[in-house]
Design a protein around this ligand. Structure first.
Ligand code: AKG
Ligand code: FE2
Length: 204
C-alpha cells in the first residue's frame, strides 16, 4: 500500500516551495474511521499516557504546556489499518529521500488524544541542530469537526511575526507535513475530544 504518485508529488512540492503542506482527504473515510476506532479502543484499554515535554532529565508532564495523551505505534501490535498507515508513510519516506535527499531513516509515530479543553502551547518539534526529527506529519481523525470546535493547529509562518500564521482545523483525513525545525506551531484549545496520528521522520 502506497500513497498515490500525485499525493507524493504534492507533498514534496509543498515542502520545497514553502516548507509545509496541508492536504485534505489523504486517507479514505473508511481508513480514517478504522484508525479512529483503534485510537478510541486503545484509550478505553488504558494504553495511553500523558505526553511529556523536555528531554532527558528535563522531561516532565506539564499540562500547562500540553495536556494530550499519546500511544506509540509499533509493528508488533499494529492492526491491519495501522499497518496500511505505516506502509503509506513508508512510501512517503522513500519519496522524500528520492526527491529531496533528506536521508530519513525511520518514522516514530503516535496516536494523540486531546481531551476537551486540552491544548499544546507554541513550540518547535526539533530545535535546530539538536535532534533527529526532520519532518513532522499529522493525520487528523475527527469526523464532523465543525467551525467552533477549536483545536486548530496554528502554524507560524514567520517566527519574528506572531501575526503571520495559518490555522488548520483537525478534520478527518487532513494531513499536515512540514520541516520540523522550521515552524513554531501550537494546538489551540479543543472544545471536544480531538484525535490524531502524529509522526516524525528522523535522521540519526
Ligand atoms: O496535533 C497537532 O495538530 C500538532 C501536535 C504537535 O504539535 C506535536 O505533537 O508536537
Ligand atoms: Fe509539535
Amino acid at each position: 500500500m502506497s500513497f498515490s504518485g500525485a499525493l507524493l508529488s504534492q507533498i514534496t512540492d509543498g515542502l520545497v516551495d514553502v516548507g509545509y503542506v496541508v492536504i485534505p482527504d489523504t486517507f479514505s473515510a473508511y481508513e480514517v474511521a478504522a484508525l479512529a476506532a483503534d485510537c478510541r479502543q486503545g484509550w478505553r484499554n488504558g494504553l495511553f499516557h500523558a505526553a511529556a515535554v523536555g528531554r532527558g532529565e528535563q522531561e516532565r508532564i506539564a499540562p500547562d504546556i500540553r495536556a494530550d495523551h499519546v500511544r506509540w505505534l509499533d509493528m508488533e501490535t499494529a492492526t491491519p489499518h495501522q499497518l496500511t498507515y505505516l506502509d503509506k508513510m513508508e512510501s512517503l519516506r522513500q519519496s522524500l529521500n528520492q526527491s529531496l535527499y533528506l536521508g530519513l531513516l525511520e518514522l516514530e509515530t503516535h496516536f494523540a488524544i486531546y481531551p476537551e479543553g486540552a491544548f499544546y502551547k507554541r513550540h518547535v518539534d526539533n530545535f535546530r541542530g539538536t535532534g533527529q526529527r526532520q519532518i513532522t506529519t499529522i493525520l487528523y481523525l475527527n469526523e464532523q469537526w465543525q467551525l467552533g470546535d477549536g483545536g486548530e493547529l496554528r502554524i507560524y509562518l514567520d517566527e519574528s511575526n506572531a501575526d503571520s500564521y495559518i490555522d488548520v482545523p483537525p478534520r478527518a483525513g487532513t494531513m499536515v507535513v512540514f520541516h520540523s525545525p522550521r515552524f513554531y506551531h501550537e494546538v489551540l484549545p479543543a472544545k471536544r475530544e480531538r484525535m490524531s496520528l502524529t509522526g516524525w521522520f528522523r535522521t540519526r
